[in-house]
Design a protein around this ligand. Structure first.
Ligand code: AMP
Ligand code: GLY
Length: 416
């Protein structure tokens, strides 16, 4: 089979690795891919989405898998264009990928289908937004692309009014509504499901560590590490998440006259009153994918291929018992900025862990160097959380580069 994955980061490196470890050998392609990904897939160099579709048709691609979300809502949508071209696509149509692209779309969907989520008001003007500030803390969310800076958890009214001024009056992120949302509390958990029309399979749960510094301090990032294990949530909690959140979401999509094929990511908060949806993403999480995918056994390639054609077969894969822990090394300045060009040393010394490249490139001498905010994911498994953690930290200590930032508390849990 010829399989193409879209994206270029650590998640895509992990997806392609899982495909390459499937029992049958497949020809793998990536768009755009990276120097590290080029060691297991052919990177396709085309100008844009229409050219990619034409290239996939000409080259007989059997399956397109969406790694990152961007192309799903670009132009007429990756999955929509694949459907027209007759290429099975694992990743949803543009119409329902709005669950990730538009926070207002997602919140209205959640409310319409009675799925637990924080109460909210969608505001167009500053007056409406200020009137909705009825309590503190309060959460404000810009309904549009904001490079990860569009959410503010405000502890005071002054802070909230400042965010409203920046977003609604000064339009710092451009045009778009503002959501004013009740602030929830509790640990967060990332739940993933493979959704295929009316069928779904819940995958191994994970948790990511969003803040740059230890003890969840400092600004939010794309994720500084992740933990994955079937033990993360007990059977009663998983049942509740399935009944109250996953099932009504899958049913809600159908009720709305839409269909979904792809990974669906539920960002949940486990509040004292039960699990609530913070956000949907229409793809696997990053860095959660780097932690979860090494735990997958079975035939991942056939699993995705069949599901993309409308035939989800849960038995084709299973998950290892135990724990998987992913540590991210980020470059100097991240997340405010990122530094490129720092040579990475020690990659060859890593033995007991997997290394996925999030943002690296090869220099003229053939060495890998930093090329982005998040640089590397070092991932290790163990029978216990402590074992996985010790292994991950011991292996990742072998890898260094100037200005490297790495948290020292990945794997620490709310229930410790
Ligand atoms: P989002 O982009 O919607 O996932 O929000 C980013 C982060 O902001 C989440 O991972 C939470 O940590 C936090 N957050 C978002 N919504 C809420 C909420 N209603 N209550 C408390 N924290 C929230
Ligand atoms: N780990 C958060 C995300 O993938 O959006």
């Amino acid at each position: 089979m010829k399989i193409l994955v879209t994206g270029k980061g650590g998640r895509e490196h992990a997806l392609l690795t899982a495909l390459s470890e499937s029992p049958d050998k497949h020809q793998l392609f990536a768009y755009p891919g990276s120097d590290a990904i080029a060691t297991l897939a052919t990177c396709v160099d085309v100008a844009g989405l229409p050219e990619l579709i034409a290239w996939m048709k000409q080259n007989g691609i059997d399956l397109c898998m969406a790694g990152e979300e961007a192309l799903l809502v670009k132009d007429r949508g990756l999955a929509n264009l694949c459907a027209e071209a007759g290429i099975p696509c694992w990743g949803p149509l543009k119409e329902i990928a709005q669950l990730e692209a538009s926070k207002a779309f997602a919140k209205k969907f959640l409310r319409r289908h009675g799925i637990p989520t924080a109460d909210f008001t969608i505001c167009t003007t500053a007056e409406e937004a200020n009137a909705a500030l009825t309590e503190t803390p309060i959460v404000l969310k810009f309904d549009g692309l904001a490079a990860g800076k569009g959410v503010a958890v405000c502890s005071s009214k002054t802070e909230a009014m400042q965010f409203i001024e920046d977003v609604v009056m000064k339009r710092c992120f451009g045009a778009g509504d503002l959501l004013v949302e009740k602030c929830l509390t509790g640990p967060e958990i990332s739940i993933f499901a493979s959704v295929c029309d009316e069928s779904y399979q819940i995958l191994m749960p994970a948790r990511d560590y969003k803040r740059i510094r230890d003890n969840d301090q400092g600004p939010n990032t794309g994720g500084m590490g992740a933990v994955a294990s079937l033990e993360l949530a007990d059977a009663a909690l998983m049942k509740r998440i399935e009944e109250e959140i996953v099932k009504p979401t899958v049913q809600g999509i159908l009720t709305d006259g839409l269909t979904y094929r792809g990974f669906l990511y539920f960002g949940l908060m486990l509040t004292p009153g039960g699990p609530q949806v913070i956000e949907y993403n229409c793809r696997f999480g990053d860095p959660e994918a780097e932690a979860v995918l090494p735990m997958v056994r079975g035939d991942f390639a056939t699993y995705v291929f069949e599901a993309a054609k409308g035939n989800l077969q849960p038995k084709l894969i299973s998950f290892e018992p135990g724990w998987s822990i992913c540590l991210i090394s980020a470059s100097a300045g991240y997340p405010a900025s990122s530094r490129s060009g720092d040579v990475i040393s020690g990659l060859d010394a890593v033995g007991g862990a997997r290394v996925y490249h999030c943002g690296t490139k090869r220099n003229a001498a053939g060495q890998f160097e930093t090329n982005g905010g998040r640089v590397l994911a070092v991932v290790a498994q163990g029978a216990t959380r402590v074992e996985a953690r010790e292994k991950a930290y011991a292996e990742s200590a072998k890898v260094t580069f100037d200005g490297m930032q790495r948290r020292s508390d990945i794997g620490k849990m709310h229930f410790e």
